[in-house]
Structure formats: C-alpha cells, structure tokens
Design a binder for this molecule. Structure first.
Ligand code: AMP
Length: 528
C-alpha cells in the first residue's frame, strides 16, 4: 500500500509523543507537539480562511529558516486541505514580494519576523510568530477538521525555481507524488528510525528528501542552519552532536566538509547512508567519502524538482567509483520510466545521447498559473500507465543497460554549488539595471563542475562614469536587491558589443572565446 506521510506522523505522535521530530539549534519539537500544534493551526485556518471557493486549496506561503515552527505550518496547512509554499529568509525582499504577489492567498505564515518591507505589503497579512504560538496553544481550535484533509491529487507543496525570463516558476507537487517518492526514498535510507541531517533550506526540494523521508520513518530531523554552515567550528560541533545516521545534501556541501580531515567516521560514528542529489557527484568525492566513512553507503540520485526530488538512484561502491567516470545517476525508481529523446521528440535507442525525459507517477501536474510553460515541458503519458505524466528535463544523457548517465544541459540552466540557476534569470535582472543595455552570463567550470559565473556587460551609453571596479560593485549591489547571493556573478567583463549569431541570439560561444583569450574581469571586490 502507498505510504501516507501524514498518517505516519500521526501514528508516531500517538505511539511516541515524546520522540523528537526536529532539532534546529536550541529549538526542539517532539512528535506529540508537532501533531497537536499543526492540528490547532489547521483548525484555525479552516475557521479563518474562506471555505467552499478556490481559496480553500490555495498554497499559502510559509516564511522562515529551518525553524520547527515551519514544520508546524507545513503540516497545519496540509491538514487543513491546502498546500504550502516555503520561502527562505535568504531570498531578497523584492524576489519574495514577486513570489508572494503570484500567490492569491491573503495570509502568509511567518515562522520568523519578516523585514519591514515584507510586513508592509498591503495585499498580504503576515501571521507573525507570536500570533502563531497563540493559535497553536489554543485548544479552542481543536474541533474536528471538516472532511477536507489532504487527498491524493491535492497540492502538498509548491517550490519556486529559477525561471529563464527572470520570474521564478512554482512547481506544484501533489500528495500522491510525495508519497510515491517516499515509498522509494524510505527504502534507500533504511526503514528503522534514524537521525537525518538537513542541509538544504526548506525552499529547495532537496530538503524534501530529508524532511519527509525522516518523518515517514518516525525519525529525528537535525537541521544545520545557514549560520552554522558558514562557520567551520560551529558546523563540526553540530555534526559531532547530531548523531546523524542519514546524510542528505548536495555533493558540494560534502566537498566543503571533506576539506577538513576531521570529517570522517570518528566525527559521525553512527552515519550509515549518504543520499546525494541535485548536481554531479564527482568520483573523487565518492572515493574520499568511502575511505573516510567505511561503514556508510553512498547513493547518487537524480531528478528535477518537477519530478519530486529524485527519480533515479545508484549505490556508489568503491568498484563503481574506480571504474566508471563520470558516475552514472542510476536506474529509475518504481513508477518511473526514463526515455531519451531527440530534438523532434523521437525516443532514441540505448546508448544514444539526447534529452532526458521522465515519465512516471511522481511528475508534477505543472507550473503554477503558467499554462504555456507547463504545456512546453509536461505531457500526459497516455492510457497505458494511468495517471503517469511526462516531463522534458532539458538535461542531456543516455541509457546504458537501463542505467541513466547524465551529460549536462541542453539549455542555459546551470548548477552552482547545488543551486539551480537559469542564466536567463540573471540576465533579465541585469537588464533591469539602468546602466546595463545588454548582458550575457556564462558559467566557469573547474574539475567537471560549474565553479562561478561571469557577466558580460554592454553598458548603456552616457551612463555614469567610474572605474570598471566601481561599476562592477554598483551592478552587484543592484542585483542583490532581486537575486539571492548564489545567483550573483563573481566576475564582470565590460564589452563594446555582444556578438550575435545569425538568428539574432547572443553568441555565447564567441563570448566564451573572448573569455578564454582575455581570462580577466573584475571580481566582486574590484580585484582582477
Ligand atoms: P533541482 O530542480 O534544483 O533539483 O535541479 C534539477 C537539476 O539538477 C537536474 O535537471 C539536473 O540538471 C541536475 N541534477 C540533479 N541531480 C543530479 C545528479 N545526480 N547529477 C548531476 N546533475 C543532477
């Protein structure tokens, strides 16, 4: 029978109310309280928000960073029959405003106090942390919920990803999609209750892998906040205290940890499984991990947010890490078929390289309120597999004995330290800056991965004078109003023209050549 994560949480809350569900810094929440508080919040939502109209199924934004209260909000919303949309505090105010503006829901649940600019949005009512605590401690909201709670096809969560036109797009994931993914991921992690490490903010779908696999297994989620991750000593202290059994992160994060020889079995003696997703796992990273953690298994999993976290996976043994470079991304999970298509949408044979197409029961119904984009990327899979949908990933790859190999992108999306970035998103935001007439952003690669971004800027004539270093720093500042830190290019090269191809698009190849020849540009701090 298919997993039901809400039922699993309820069961753990009833059978083991004192078991710890989440630890985040000094905040700890047990299953009993998670269930009770989310139930009261659900009751309050049902009383407060309009019922009967479309409003009842709208995703509601939840703002914060790794607080156990975010989880209370997620579950409260789902239990009241609505989906949620997680928004991390690290996203710049203007980008959050544009996301919130796309959500018709009037209320925003704030696990942390929002900035003045957000709190002052006329169209939104922030339910602030103090109010949330009041609601969740009021037994008056415990009345049985109307028979609205989550159905298979209902939205469970919606996550915004970088969009090529400069506007993020909301990927909708239903309850069925999530539960089918969990049927598979709980098996990978091992079924006994465990401590799961959470690295990614809840606004990234990688966090779904640790958060809900953990909740489905009745485990404890150990969150590493942004500030802890930024401080080596604090990070290693936290890891030592975590007692983690299951590690979930991008490979980049593991590489950061591996830079210190102390990152080994004696630091995390109970660690049994590494689950990686989101970007290329390098052979040398896998080999080092196998050496440092001889008792742990490593899985390389692959998938876009649109297919619910991951749809293929492979255990990376020492033999595989030594023999196959680059590493494969694995075989499809049950309920998924991978096809490789040519540019005309024709399925290719094994071994032939083309676009990776995911067909299965965890593919999203589409982008929120974006029918055109949805039509372009998603399709119904037909009658043979009822309810299966297809998604054209834009990834390039090939199959070998049913195992998927990933070869990069066929478009202008990149992964930088595990973050998904549409270069067009940065370019559109650069062109909003008055001094910029046109801009092209190119990735720089090192050791088989994107390591930084360079922006090629064509200035608006008659713009402000100043050194290139001053201009670079001005552009960087303006960009930071709209884009998260990880999307801001490190280098800026000022060009006299952007070369064009015969069909009128920016000629990225010539620019890349220019970059190779010049090999210079202004770093963010104005140095070269
Ligand atoms: P996101 O939606 O943020 O999870 O990003 C999805 C994209 O990350 C995919 O379309 C791939 O381009 C890339 N990706 C995901 N998993 C892997 C992997 N195991 N190896 C290489 N690239 C990956």
């Amino acid at each position: 029978m298919m997993m039901n994560v809400i039922d699993s949480i309820r069961r753990t809350a009833v059978e083991h109310p004192d078991r710890i569900a989440v630890i985040s810094g000094s905040e700890v929440l047990c299953y009993g309280d998670l269930w009770k508080r989310s139930g009261r919040l659900a009751g309050w939502l049902c009383q407060t928000l309009e019922y009967g109209g479309d409003e009842e199924r709208l995703p509601v934004a939840v703002y914060g960073h790794k607080s156990p209260w975010m989880l209370v909000c997620f579950l409260g919303l789902v239990r009241s029959g609505r989906g949620y949309c997680p928004i991390d505090i690290s996203v710049p105010e203007k980008r959050i405003q544009s996301i919130l503006a796309a959500l018709p829901s009037r209320i925003v649940l704030a696990a942390q106090n929002p900035s003045d600019g957000l709190a002052g949005m006329n169209s939104k009512e922030f339910i602030l942390p103090d109010r949330l605590r009041e609601i969740c401690s009021d037994p008056g909201y415990e009345a049985p919920l109307p028979q609205k709670s989550v159905k298979g096809e209902d939205l469970f969560y919606m996550i915004f990803t970088s969009g090529s036109t400069g506007v993020p797009k909301g990927v909708q994931i239903t309850s069925d999609c999530l539960n089918r993914f969990l049927d598979w991921s709980v098996g990978l992690a091992g079924e006994k209750r465990k401590v799961f490490l959470n690295q990614a903010p809840f606004s990234f779908d990688l966090s779904v892998m640790d958060l809900y696999t953990c909740m489905a297994a009745g485990g404890t989620l150990f969150c590493l906040s942004r500030s802890v991750q930024a401080d080596y000593a604090a990070l290693f202290d936290a890891l030592r205290c975590s007692g983690a059994n299951v590690w979930v992160s991008t490979p980049s994060f593991a590489e950061v940890c591996l830079a210190d020889p102390a990152f080994c079995e004696s630091l995390l003696p109970e660690l049994k499984v590494f689950l990686f997703c989101g970007e290329t796992l390098l052979n040398r990273t896998a080999r080092k991990l196998l050496r440092n953690f001889p008792g742990a298994r490593i899985y390389n999993t692959y998938g876009p947010t649109e297919s619910t976290v991951a749809v293929t996976g492979v255990e990376v043994t020492k033999t595989l890490a030594d023999d196959k470079e680059p590493l494969p991304v694995g075989i499809p999970k049950p309920g998924t078929r991978i096809e490789i298509w040519d540019a005309d949408g024709k399925a290719l044979a094994e071994g032939e390289k083309g676009e990776i197409v995911i067909i299965g029961d965890t593919v999203s119904p589409g982008y929120y309120h974006q029918p055109e984009l949805t039509r372009k990327a998603f399709f119904e899979a037909g009658n043979t597999e009822k309810g299966w949908r297809g998604y054209r990933t834009g990834d390039e790859g090939y199959l070998e004995k049913g195992c998927l190999h990933y070869c990069g992108r066929i478009d202008l999306q990149v992964k930088l330290h595990g973050y998904r970035i549409e270069l067009g998103d940065i370019e559109s935001n650069l062109c909003r800056i008055p001094e910029v007439r046109n801009a092209v952003v190119l990735p720089n690669e090192r050791g088989g991965k994107v390591s930084s971004l360079t922006a090629y800027i064509l200035r608006e004539p008659g713009g402000r004078d100043g050194t290139e270093a001053d201009m670079a720093s001005g552009i960087r500042k303006s960009l930071a109003e709209f884009l998260p830190e990880y999307m801001i290019p490190r280098k800026y090269v000022f060009v006299d023209e952007i070369p064009m191809t015969s069909n009128g698009k920016a000629d990225r190849k010539s620019l890349a050549g220019l970059k190779a020849k010049a090999g210079k540009g202004n770093n963010e701090d104005g140095t070269r």
